[in-house]
Ligand binder design. Structure first.
Ligand SMILES: [Zn+2]
Length: 298
């Protein structure tokens, strides 16, 4: 059923395969690092429980699923960094209408972005969902989900895939063999990010990172943090590149890599972005002041 579509997640897939045989499914939380197949697994679950041709993928439900127009599949995503109560109200309204095929599947990605109001609104439905409904919450930060919601869900853990499996998947996705090692490092093991970075000009990124580090000599930490917040639409990606850049000379830059990794962890737990980046820049600057030639990286 899952075949080659989700690899390196044997335990999670085994658990899901057992659950699918049940008449009524519990509410599920798929959790684990970013980009390791959680959303893909949720989608395949939705496809499988609505299929009527024994997994041949040729029935009308499977075809609609593949085209992204399935009437019983709803994917709820964040809008401006959060999932608000209005979206949950819409979901609840539709959950009480019978499915077109067999089961209605609601995928909430990322569930840690539910606002407190949205969480308590969802909670009422999760207490007694219609039998034909399956809710799948996806997150890379399970502690960030309300404990009252967590207590009503069955958690399924997804792990980071080994580099060997990542390599196999990227090759299958058409990535050039010579780019694979760099992409795996850049993306910190997240395959979805590796695919995002596939088309980027890596040497251009490198010169941006060099300039950024050079700015520590002339600017203060708060201004530098501000620069990343506003100049880089996707600063988690910027941080990945910074780490990759520093890792080239690992023993020299260990403290700086640690400061950036720590910031990344806090950001994953939805810490305040500005404070986290400012704190990171202060640490980076301290290291800079400790040594004369810290920021001449060539
Ligand atoms: Zn089918």
């Amino acid at each position: 059923m899952f075949g080659k579509e989700v690899r390196g997640q044997e335990k999670a897939i085994y658990a899901i395969t057992c659950l699918i045989k049940r008449e009524v499914l519990p509410t599920l939380i798929f959790y684990g690092p970013e980009g390791v197949g959680k959303r893909r697994a949720a989608y395949i679950l939705a496809r499988t429980i609505n299929c009527s041709d024994g997994g041949e993928n040729s029935c009308s439900s499977c075809r609609q699923m593949e085209k992204g127009i399935h009437p019983d599949l709803v994917v709820l995503e964040s809008n401006n960094g959060s999932i608000k109560v209005d979206s949950i109200r819409e979901v609840i309204k539709s959950a009480y209408l019978k499915p077109f095929y067999k089961k209605k599947v609601y995928i909430i990605d990322d569930a840690s972005l539910l606002t407190p109001e949205a969480s308590s609104c969802l909670l009422k439905t999760l207490e007694e969902p219609p039998l034909y409904c399956v809710f799948i919450l996806i997150t890379n930060s399970i502690p960030a989900i309300f404990s009252t919601i967590r207590s009503r869900c069955l958690p399924i853990r997804f792990r980071r895939q080994t580099e060997e499996i990542q390599r196999e998947i990227l090759l299958d996705l058409g990535v050039d063999r010579k780019d694979i090692d760099d992409l795996i490092k850049f993306s910190g093991g997240s395959l979805s990010r590796a695919m995002e970075y596939k088309g980027l000009n890596l040497s251009l990124k490198e010169s941006q990172i060099e300039k950024w580090f050079a700015s520590f000599k002339t600017k203060n930490a708060i201004d530098i943090a501000e620069d990343i917040l506003f100049a880089e639409k996707s600063f988690p990606q910027f941080l990945d590149f910074a780490i990759f850049y520093l890792e080239k000379e690992l023993p020299l830059h260990l403290e700086r890599i640690e400061a950036i990794l720590e910031a990344k962890e806090y950001l994953l737990l939805n810490a305040n972005r500005r404070l986290t980046l400012e704190n990171m820049c202060f640490k980076l600057q301290e290291v800079c002041n400790d040594r004369d030639s810290w920021f001449s990286l060539s």
